[in-house]
Write a protein that binds this ligand. Structure first.
Ligand code: ATP
Length: 394
């Protein structure tokens, strides 16, 4: 329950803007009260047990004292015990009660520590979903070819998210993935990064089954720019250097310049030493994306996965990001979960994912030529948004 209180608080604090905008402070307080009341009840019970223990203990000591006094006075009256012996017995009793008191405290603390350590052990013993096989060798990337062979994946038993997907992305090819929300685009790239292992089938990078190579080497070969990058509450310099720990200041600044971060960083009062706030809250969404791109430029991994932000940016930010992406994508195998026409247009190949399978696969022109293609339908559906982006591009 102690950890439930922390979890409830953490959940509320990390969603503080939703709580404010939905004016749900009262409901959240009630939710917290429920958890803390339950904790309070248990605490009260444990205190009552302690008090009962103290009570029984005090009664025992009182009875012992009474007996000692009773027999002590009788023996003293009979002349068989001196005052010195009586005082000595008293000292023993005091020492005994102190030791017993300490023992009681010790037992209580031992139980407390035991229940706390149980929680930690549960976490430590939790099975890792993805493990290295014994003797896993490092991945050797030559040209960055990615192959999915009959890949099936399900998060749970009731529904397959990907069903028997097979495709090859040649080294250096730039692929855009599009499809309805929930179609499995993120899942597709998660399997390549081994966030999860495929339920069935295999994923290869340059002919090596990624399940048989060391995870660290796989992740070192892949740069991932997430949709809404979260930054560390550290300086901008440290955040960008996260892409490559041994990069010099000059290299960090060069990457920041290519990613169009330098423009906004140089105007900050503390420049690259500016702390970005927890998760990077002190930066705008577009700025955070550019920092994440700078990180990926610095990492310079042969395979790039980009989960493009869905939120629309103003045309200037959009142009800056597109420009930064051009630098980032150069000479790499690229998989983009794409939402913008400007990005899709740059790609060599488009995959339309729907219902757990790759429904369409081809270039923009080829897919658009087919009047019945899902791509054309999605294209027409979003034409308004696409056109806006095209105008921004011009
Ligand atoms: P979007 O464009 O909205 O991000 P997507 O195509 O990337 O969608 P995925 O995130 O791959 O879709 O999700 C595919 C399906 O898997 C969805 O139905 C989703 O609810 C489910 N799903 C995703 N992540 C998990 C998870 N960690 N546990 C269980 N189910 C999940």
């Amino acid at each position: 329950l102690d950890s439930q209180i922390t979890a409830t608080l953490a959940d509320a604090f990390s969603n503080i803007s939703a709580i404010i905008t939905y004016a749900s402070g009262r409901e959240e307080s009630l939710r917290f009260k429920k958890v803390s009341d339950a904790y309070g009840d248990i605490l009260l019970k444990s205190w009552l047990v302690s008090i009962a223990f103290i009570g029984v203990f005090s009664i025992c000591i009182f009875a012992l004292e009474f007996a000692v006094f009773y027999f002590g006075i009788r023996l003293w009256a009979a002349g068989t015990m001196t005052v010195g012996t009586f005082v000595l017995i008293q000292i023993y009793i005091i020492q005994l009660s102190q030791s017993l008191w300490g023992l009681g405290e010790l037992i209580r603390k031992a139980f407390e520590s035991f229940s706390e350590s149980m929680e930690v052990v549960e976490i430590l013993e939790a099975e890792h979903g993805v493990r290295d096989v014994p003797g896993a060798r490092p991945l050797v990337v030559t040209d960055g070819t990615v192959e999915y062979r009959e890949v099936t994946f399900a998060y749970n038993e009731t529904r397959e998210v990907l069903s028997g997907v097979s495709l090859t992305i040649r080294g250096g090819q730039k692929v855009a993935m599009i499809g309805p929300s929930g179609a499995g685009k993120s899942t597709f790239v998660r399997l390549l990064m081994r966030t999860y292992d495929a339920t069935d089938g295999q994923v290869f990078v340059d002919g090596q089954d990624i399940v048989s190579v060391a995870q660290d080497s796989l992740r070192r070969s892949i740069a991932f720019v997430p949709q809404d990058p979260s930054l560390f509450h550290r300086s901008l310099m440290e955040n960008i250097r996260y892409g490559r720990a041994d990069a010099s200041d000059d290299e960090v600044i060069a990457a920041a310049t290519s990613a169009h971060c330098h423009e906004f960083i140089k105007d900050l009062p503390q420049g690259y030493d500016t702390l970005v706030g927890e998760r990077g809250v002190k930066l705008s969404g577009g700025e955070r994306q550019r920092v994440a791109i700078a990180r990926a430029i610095l990492k310079n991994a042969p395979i790039l996965i980009l989960d493009e932000a869905t939120s629309s940016l103003d045309s200037q930010s959009e142009a800056l990001i597109q420009d930064a992406l051009d630098v980032l994508m150069r000479d790499k195998t690229v998989i983009v979960i794409a939402h913008r026409l400007s990005t899709i247009r740059k790609m060599d190949r488009i995959l339309v994912i729907d219902g757990g399978a790759v429904r369409e696969d081809g270039t923009h022109d080829k897919l658009l030529k087919n009047p019945n293609s899902l791509y054309k339908a999605l294209w027409d559906l979003q034409a308004g948004g696409f056109l806006k982006n095209t105008e921004a591009e011009k």
